[in-house]
Design a protein around this ligand. Structure first.
Ligand code: PEP
Ligand code: MN
Length: 355
């Protein structure tokens, strides 16, 4: 991916995240304007509202469509806020490019479809409008990066991403599992890419907005993308996760923003300790791989298959229990063991296939 630039609409403040907020859907002109005025009073500078709503099943409220463009233009005129909406087809792109809309985003279901992203990128080609790319519904970092690249290749320079969590079979407390490791890896690979967190769609519940927003700040995210409605209980879509503009302002005020530039001596000492532990961890892993290869040679000699399912099951359950006793998360240990086991099997297959 070649270089991207920040969305540069409102100046980022090193002590405060950039907040983009507004209702899941623009429902009526009155609701859109009332929400926008209250958000502007609370200091929000960028307003979001969905006009075309991708709904899981037909028959629900699918958005007011292009009729809402004039409402967003009115929000911009009367409050001075920048306005943003989601586009999912080239037709949406054309409609917003002719309007005063300042910022666009691609939804999670759109990012998941490279054909749709390419058609939208073509429709936006050469236009200087900032675009935010939500992560795809599945935990696929390359697909997310691919969508950013398609826009970048179409000449869009100002690009950011929105982490909104991932569909997971693990029915946890979240609507969409945060899987923080994915945005962390994205930041490592593309440090200049602006990252927003959408705690509303991750949590799916009002009470989770504050803790998720704080976690995003602890990880150094640049901003927040939050659903806010003047009357959340009456919202036509996603009502369980929408909060009032006043509640949003309270949450933003209470966020603890930690300095990332300064490190204390104590922290440096602890990091040195972690480095030493990682050295030992790597040496142990290398030793374990050597033994696994030895086992591979033994299996080859005796004509045994590589995969011994029962042994693997025993190892997995014994070690996850041990991990729990040591105060670690079972799921964490299962994924570590799975990764180690997969690599051992790969090494043993290589040995068995050797002539
Ligand atoms: C939204 O932001 O309103 C939306 C539809 O989100 P997502 O694409 O993350 O589901
Ligand atoms: Mn929504």
């Amino acid at each position: 991916m070649t270089h991207t630039e920040p969305i540069r609409l409102a100046a980022a403040d090193s002590r405060r995240p950039l907040v983009i907020a507004g209702p899941c859907s623009a429902e009526t002109e009155e609701q859109t304007l009332a929400t926008a005025r209250q958000l502007a009073d609370e200091g929000v500078r960028i307003f979001r509202a969905g006009l075309w709503k991708p709904r899981t099943k037909p028959g629900g409220f699918e958005g007011v469509g292009s009729a809402g463009i004039a409402w967003l233009e009115r929000v911009k005129r009367e409050t001075g806020m920048y306005v943003a909406t989601e586009i999912a087809t080239p037709h949406h792109a054309e409609a917003v490019l002719e309007s005063g809309i300042d910022l666009l985003w691609l939804g999670a279901r759109t990012t998941a479809n490279p054909f749709a992203v390419q058609e939208i990128a073509d429709a936006l080609s050469g236009r200087d409008i900032p675009v935010l790319v939500k992560n795809p519904v599945s935990p696929d970092l390359e697909l997310w990066i691919g969508a950013v690249e398609r826009l970048r290749n179409a000449g869009i320079r100002r690009i950011g991403v929105i982490h909104r969590g991932f569909t997971s079979i693990d029915r946890s407390r979240y609507r969409n599992h945060p899987m923080w490791g994915i945005p962390i890896e994205l930041r490592r690979r593309f440090p200049e890419l602006q990252i927003f967190c959408d705690p509303s769609h991750i949590g799916g519940a009002r009470e989770l907005v504050a803790p998720l927003a704080q976690q995003a700040m602890d990880l150094g995210f640049d901003g927040l993308f939050v659903e806010s409605h003047c009357r959340p209980d009456e919202a036509w879509s996603d009502k369980a996760q929408q909060i009032t503009p006043q509640a949003l302002a309270r949450i933003v005020r209470q966020l603890v923003i930690r300095e990332t530039a300064t490190t204390t001596d104590n922290l440096n000492g602890l990091r040195a300790e972690i480095d030493k532990l990682d050295d030992r961890l790597l040496e142990l892993l290398a030793e374990r791989m050597r033994v696994a290869c030895e086992i591979g040679r033994c299996k080859k000699e005796h004509g045994m298959p590589v995969l011994q399912t029962r042994r693997y099951e025993q190892l997995l359950s014994r070690r996850t229990e041990q991990a729990a006793e040591l105060g670690m998360d079972r799921e964490f240990m299962r994924s570590v063991l799975r990764a180690i086991h997969e690599e051992s099997v790969r090494q043993q297959m290589r040995i068995i296939d050797e002539k």
